[in-house]
Design a protein around this ligand. Structure first.
Ligand SMILES: *[C@@H]1O[C@H](CO)[C@@H](O)[C@H](O)[C@H]1NC(C)=O
Ligand SMILES: *[C@@H]1O[C@H](CO)[C@@H](O)[C@H](O)[C@H]1NC(C)=O
Ligand SMILES: *[C@@H]1O[C@H](CO)[C@@H](O)[C@H](O)[C@H]1NC(C)=O
Ligand SMILES: *[C@@H]1O[C@H](CO)[C@@H](O)[C@H](O)[C@H]1NC(C)=O
Ligand SMILES: *[C@@H]1O[C@H](CO)[C@@H](O)[C@H](O)[C@H]1NC(C)=O
Ligand SMILES: *[C@@H]1O[C@H](CO)[C@@H](O)[C@H](O)[C@H]1NC(C)=O
Ligand SMILES: *[C@@H]1O[C@H](CO)[C@@H](O)[C@H](O)[C@H]1NC(C)=O
Length: 269
């Protein structure tokens, strides 16, 4: 009895730590022209001519993490903070909010989503304001567009995905996570014709959909692709103390950069 009680106390004490623990972050930046290349109406505002933050995603090496605590998203009410966050981390699916809209939850729903789904999973180490600050600080450090341009990879050109890979690797010394977009990818799963197919890939995986990751339908060999996959996102992985590490193979999404006959060529719009 006494032992059971001690065990119970131990479990209660340890639980909050283990539930929220994470192994690494993926700092994901998106290329706005790639984000809505195949469906321009996805973007409801001018597309910035630079990588913007998609999210900072804590994960475990064995499985991705989601919705870890119930801490609510705190709406930004301070103009200075808003002006720091928005240019780095805009919601491309909404028009640029006017003065009145800026401080509404609706206008900040992208940040709310990223916080609830991802940020809560690193909350044991980084509270909400730190979480957002870190992401913005990392974007300031990782000038992906400069890195690509300095390596001769120019907007509007086609390039081998392996070359994008080595350009990033050349700067960070670590393997990045690369994600492309292409309409053929949506045909992989006959039951879902749109985005959900892609969301089962890589870091979006939850433990139940994990096995679908390598599904051969994702490479529809009988389709002659009319266009190349386009570069959509580049992720850089970091340990919990923000030191860059190789992105774990298990969650890498570069398979989205290969469609039938494309031979690893992609378009950088
Ligand atoms: C994440 O992995 C750690 C070990 O690295 C483990 O202790 C923890 O329970 C895992 N967390 C979740 C939510 O799976
Ligand atoms: C294009 O994006 C719009 C806005 O998100 C969406 O309503 C529409 O269904 C998309 N079209 C296709 C073909 O996916
Ligand atoms: C996380 O929470 C959102 C609602 O906030 C829900 O739509 C989503 O399905 C949840 N994801 C997981 C993996 O539990
Ligand atoms: C807004 O945030 C800035 C920067 O964090 C801070 O210096 C300033 O005092 C804040 N303003 C108000 C009204 O809280
Ligand atoms: C968040 O964490 C930072 C640094 O660890 C700390 O300075 C700040 O007071 C914390 N904010 C809240 C609301 O707890
Ligand atoms: C990126 O480089 C690493 C290390 O050489 C390699 O393992 C990985 O397959 C490469 N990825 C792509 C998409 O070329
Ligand atoms: C890596 O960097 C070196 C020197 O900085 C350069 O000579 C080389 O071409 C680069 N390689 C790639 C693949 O970017």
């Amino acid at each position: 009895m006494a032992l059971n009680f001690k065990l119970l106390v131990l479990v209660i004490v340890l639980c909050p730590l283990t539930i929220n623990s994470f192994d690494y972050f993926t700092m994901v930046q998106q290329w706005p022209k790639g984000f809505c290349y195949f469906n321009v109406s996805k973007c409801k505002r001018v597309r910035p001519d630079d990588f913007t933050i998609h999210g900072l995603w804590p994960s475990n090496f064995t499985r991705s993490l989601r919705n870890c605590t119930s801490t609510e998203y705190g709406v930004i009410k301070n103009l200075t903070e808003w002006q720091t966050r928005y240019p780095a981390w805009p919601d491309l699916t909404r028009p640029i909010p006017n003065c009145r809209q800026k401080f509404t939850l609706q206008a900040q729903s992208f940040w709310q989503h990223e916080w609830k789904n991802h940020g809560t999973c690193s909350e044991t180490m980084y509270n909400q304001s730190r979480y957002f600050d870190i992401a913005i600080q990392l974007r300031g450090q990782y000038k992906l567009l400069n890195w690509l341009v300095n390596d001769g990879i120019r907007q509007g050109n086609n390039v081998q995905i392996s070359r994008v890979n080595s350009s990033i690797l050349n700067v960070t010394g670590k393997v990045p996570d690369l994600k492309c977009d292409h309409p053929d990818l949506y045909l992989g799963n006959p039951t879902s014709k749109s985005l959900p197919v892609l969301q089962e890939l890589g870091i979006y995986l939850d433990s139940t959909s994990d096995l679908k990751c390598d599904h051969p339908d994702l490479y529809p060999g009988n389709l002659i692709s009319k266009s190349l996959p386009v570069l959509q996102e580049i992720g850089i992985c970091l340990d919990p103390n923000l030191k860059v590490i190789d992105c774990p193979k298990k969650f890498q999404r570069s398979r989205t950069c290969y469609v039938a006959n494309s031979k690893g060529n992609i378009h950088f719009p």
